[in-house]
Design a protein around this ligand. Structure first.
Ligand SMILES: NC(=O)c1ccc[n+]([C@@H]2O[C@H](COP(=O)([O-])OP(=O)(O)OC[C@H]3O[C@@H](n4cnc5c(N)ncnc54)[C@H](O)[C@@H]3O)[C@@H](O)[C@H]2O)c1
Ligand SMILES: O=C[C@H](O)CS(=O)(=O)O
Length: 477
């Protein structure tokens, strides 16, 4: 099995073989900035070979029960190797080791849920006989795999989000060509090794590493790819949709998640959960709390509690058990966050806590006196910065939450059932989390956004619907 403690050279995974290229790319340790590994850089011929192999693999039978067995075995192997995978995450993402272990445990669950779903894919009876002239007919639907799925994944959750693509795709009987993020590709390659060991038939999974834009372009040009499933930035997502033509596209994109704290809420609970869920993975989580709206009369007490909870967070080496917040993915991302905070302060924002950068480490930062048109509110920060503003009326705060290009998830702390149900109807998001912050997800729930946050749902059951076609069979009896 792989290890990242030495500078290992990784190949591409094409048709069940590891193929190292002459051109290699560095993967760095995000905390020390030392080179941790080298990955192969795929050329067009590799992309075409991978797609061709994925297409060929569809011709060999892979029954639902066999898919179940492979995915269950892969989940078991992942649990056994949790610590090894977590150490790699701490190196290649800079994710704190405790949080990294949590991601591996969730990823194993995602594989288990996908395995279970492999046995439940079904169509339905359609009462065609109720149409005049069709009295002698019967009909039912079946769900068939879409074929070859290109899965393109982001840097921030590189094991679980890969499992959210390959788990359901394989469970539904497809082949997958995976292109993981170039800055965090190692765990994806380790997952391919693990799936091979679990008995995945040759060709069902191909892994291509290298530059996202070039590999993405070659995948888009290849008409044997039947579907694109993408998680990442709205800019790239929109590009993929514009080039995919009539093929299926599922997009899981960004957000500037809001969480409301109403005056009747449990303030201690709200402050503790918001402190935790604004800064996980240094804020590089798509549902990370970014905008907090607090009802005016409780603002002062809430800010004190939020500061108290946030001050306890330890920033530093992700391999240390004590660390809560590691480095951002790149120095330039930490510099961008620093400049957005600086710009907000020039526009009148106040730094209530944090606001300092040390290399790629950025302190957990709380801003007050913000307005909705500052970059830190309007755009996706994707860093450890939370902005807290006030509101008076329920209609006003719902309008503020909805005044966003995004709509992935939102949080609402209240004990007012009427408010909760009004928010459920009126807040424009894929998911509303009541009495928790926006960043709540378990892996079997439907998950996905509206507006610029994307379309299509993840969660294995829902992803399988996207990754299969419904076919109707009509019997003339
Ligand atoms: N909604 C969700 O479930 C979810 C989950 C995690 C991250 N995200 C979003 O992802 C973003 C951060 O991730 P990122 O920086 O890795 O995103 P990104 O869009 O820069 O990269 C994502 C993937 O796309 C590839 N890519 C880059 N250019 C491409 C192109 N032209 N064609 C095809 N592929 C291309 C990259 O190599 C990478 O594998 C944030 O916006 C975040 O909100 C969303
Ligand atoms: O970054 C966004 C992720 O989808 C959130 S989670 O890791 O799946 O909870």
């Amino acid at each position: 099995m792989s290890t990242i403690t030495t500078d290992k050279q990784y190949g591409l995974y094409i048709n069940g073989k590891w193929e190292q290229t002459a051109d290699m790319m560095e993967v760095v340790n995000k905390y020390t900035q030392e080179v941790a590994a080298h990955i192969s850089v795929a050329e067009k011929e590799h992309v075409d070979a991978a797609v061709q192999g994925a297409k060929e693999a569809l011709k060999s039978p892979f029954s639902p029960y066999a898919r179940y067995e492979v995915l269950m075995k892969a989940a078991q192997l992942l649990v056994e190797r949790r610590d090894e995978f977590a150490q790699v995450l701490a190196v290649e993402v800079g994710k704190p080791i405790r949080e990294s272990r949590g991601e591996i445990e969730r990823a194993a669950q995602t594989l288990v849920i996908s395995a279970e779903e492999a046995k439940r894919i079904h169509g339905e009876g359609i009462p065609v006989e109720s149409a005049q002239g069709s009295e002698n007919r019967m009909a039912f639907t079946v769900r068939v795999p879409v074929g070859v799925i290109a899965a393109i994944t982001p840097f921030n959750v590189p094991v679980n989000l890969v499992c959210h693509k390959i788990g359901p795709a394989l469970a539904a009987g497809n082949s997958v060509v995976l292109k993981p993020a170039e800055v965090t590709p190692i765990c994806a390659l380790m997952l391919a090794e693990l799936l091979e060991e679990a008995g995945l038939p040759k060709g069902r999974l191909q892994v291509l590493t290298g530059e996202g834009a070039t590999i993405g372009e070659w995948l888009l040009e290849n008409k044997d790819v039947n579907m694109f499933t993408f998680t990442g930035s709205p800019r790239v997502g929109e590009y993929i949709r514009s080039k995919a033509g009539l093929r299926k596209v599922a997009l899981e994109l960004g957000n500037n998640s809001a969480t409301i704290v109403h005056k009747d809420a449990n303030l201690e609970q709200a402050a503790a959960l918001i402190a935790q869920k604004s800064f996980n993975n240094a804020g590089q989580v798509c549902i990370s709390v970014q905008r907090v709206y607090v009802q005016e009369e409780i603002f002062a007490s809430f800010i004190e509690l939020l500061k108290e909870n946030t001050e306890k967070l330890v920033v530093g080496d992700p391999s240390s058990e004590a660390t809560d917040i590691g480095p951002m993915i790149r120095l330039r991302e930490a510099e961008r966050v620093e400049s957005w905070v600086g710009e907000a302060v020039e526009q009148g924002a106040v730094i209530a806590l944090g606001g300092k950068r040390d290399g790629a480490l950025y302190e957990p930062t709380i801003l007050t006196n913000v307005h909705d048109d500052m970059k830190v509110c309007r755009q996706e920060v994707f860093g450890p910065v939370v902005s807290v503003a006030t509101y008076q009326e329920i209609d006003e705060v719902i309008a503020k939450v909805n005044d966003s290009d995004y709509g992935l998830q939102a949080g609402l702390f209240t004990n007012n059932l009427q408010f909760a149900m009004k928010a459920a109807r009126e807040i424009e998001v894929g998911g509303l989390i009541v009495n928790d912050a926006s960043a709540y997800r378990v892996d079997h729930m439907p998950y996905g956004g509206v507006k610029n946050s994307g379309n299509g749902k993840e969660g294995p059951k829902y992803a399988i619907e996207e990754m299969t076609e419904e076919r109707i069979i009509v019997l003339n009896l």
